[in-house]
Design a protein around this ligand. Sequence first.
Ligand code: ATP
Ligand code: CA
Ligand code: CA
Length: 165
Amino acid sequence: VASHRAAVGLGSNLGDRRSHIDAALSAIARLGRLVAVSSIYETAPVGGPEQGPYLNAVAVIDTDLAPIALLTCLRHVEQQQGRERRERWGPRTLDLDVLLYGHETVAMQGLTVPHPRMGERRFVLEPLVEAWPDAELPDGTAVGSLLDAVSDQDVVRHEPPPTFP
Ligand code: ATP
Ligand code: CA
Ligand code: CA
């Protein structure tokens, strides 16, 4: 099986946000080879009901898992951190999204890659470009070139990335 470089978006706005993010990063590191982790960003919620601010980060891994297997593993990690699914875009202890999977396009029921809304979200693009500066969409568009369009959204670089052995 060929290894693919994948980007995973992390978000938490419920409970001990930092510990949910740290636990997720440790778990994601076991799904492949951890290539890079962004800083942790504090960001205002976009859409959904009124809710508290998020911590967001992006992890980049080289993984042998197929996209759907990767998503299944990420769901388990969400559950381990007490994720409950109530309303869409509501507050959650942990949200893990597959942002990019190499240059591949995935259009399955329950999995669309690149993540369909990443281009509208500075809280995704900013950490993604930090962790993977030459990330590209399947059509070769540089992810960094999408940042201009979201510069009106506020994100605050909160803490440097955790270090992993
Ligand atoms: P958003 O997708 O706008 O970021 P969300 O993360 O809050 O919203 P969830 O409730 O976590 O949404 O997930 C809704 C569904 O999205 C899941 O059931 C999952 O199957 C599907 N999905 C489709 N593409 C992806 C992807 N690339 N990464 C994660 N989930 C995805
Ligand atoms: Ca999400
Ligand atoms: Ca999600």
